[in-house]
Design a protein around this ligand. Structure first.
Ligand SMILES: [Zn+2]
Length: 287
């Protein structure tokens, strides 16, 4: 008869293993895009892979803006919704008489994949249509995602043209950058449109620091459409949001609030920390 000798693990070590497993699971949760974990909330994950809790809805219309479509892809991080509504109202006040800002998709109520988008999953992205005029400068509402040529004109389906309202689009960029809570990470736009906007800013003798910020965040993305048909707004994670699971999405500009120092513990360090807290061998078990 063959008898297997079962080595019994001391209770203390078994408890440590359990504590370690729980500790690692909790640490892992920080980066798991799920709305189920209590400490993980808001914009969770990266823009292309994540979810959203505690979202705000952008109304169908408000002072200086109107939504392009009446669907439910209108939810976002409250900072994103506030940035859009406040910036649109500011442009309407600074340059009255034009058509409202037309706002495309934000995110679904709980984030995740939104139809027709790769990003837009964590409530940090919004598509803003450009302000437009007729070719001779009269207000005309942007009919939706027309592709602008480097000269600022876009052909319309009816065979005509609309003109980019560079002055008002610049006012929008400026208003977004001046929003204290917005923490703009990117304003994706084609290189040609970025050039037109920065030219406008310099012609207005805007402060050099503001123009430099605009030049940093205005960017033609390298991995998707050139964005000659809309301005794609992405806000950065705040330090508090990073602690709650918000991740990545681009450069951390020096004018954004600083991110918390990473506190990633290696397994060995975590084990050492757990062991240092354990009762001495032979002592009474306290867990
Ligand atoms: Zn976009």
């Amino acid at each position: 008869m063959h008898r297997t000798r079962v080595r019994r693990e001391p209770a203390r070590l078994a408890g440590l293993r359990l504590a370690l497993a729980l500790g690692l699971a909790a640490a892992g949760c920080l980066h798991m895009p799920t709305p189920l974990a209590q400490s993980v909330r808001g914009s969770v994950g990266v823009p292309h892979h994540g979810v959203l809790t505690d979202a705000s809805a952008l109304p169908a219309r408000g002072p200086g803006f109107v939504r392009w479509r009446a669907d439910d892809v209108r939810w976002g991080n409250p900072r994103l919704v506030a940035a859009i509504t406040r910036a649109a109202a500011r442009v309407a006040a600074e340059a009255p008489g034009g058509e409202p800002l037309v706002v495309g998709d934000l995110a679904q109520r709980h984030g995740g994949q939104a139809p027709h988008h790769r990003s837009h999953r964590t409530g940090r992205d919004a598509d803003l249509l450009f302000y437009t005029t007729t070719p001779d400068g009269r207000p005309r509402r942007n009919p939706g995602f027309l592709r602008f040529e480097p000269d600022g004109l876009a052909p319309t389906p009816d065979g005509g043209f609309v003109r980019l309202d560079v002055a008002r689009v610049w006012l929008l960029v400026r208003a977004l950058l001046l929003e204290p809570e917005a923490e703009i990470q990117w304003l994706f736009a084609s290189r040609a449109l970025e050039g037109l906007l920065l030219e406008e800013a310099r012609a207005r003798a805007e402060p050099e620091a503001l123009v430099a910020r605009a030049a940093s965040v205005l960017r033609q993305p390298g991995d998707s459409a050139p964005h000659d048909d809309h301005l794609h707004l992405r806000i950065a994670c705040t330090p508090e949001e990073e602690v709650a699971g918000c991740e990545g999405g681009g450069r951390r500009w020096r004018w954004l609030r600083a991110a918390p120092a990473p506190t990633k513990l290696e397994d060995a360090a975590l084990l050492a920390a757990l062991l240092s807290d354990a009762p001495a061998p032979g002592g009474a078990a306290s867990f």
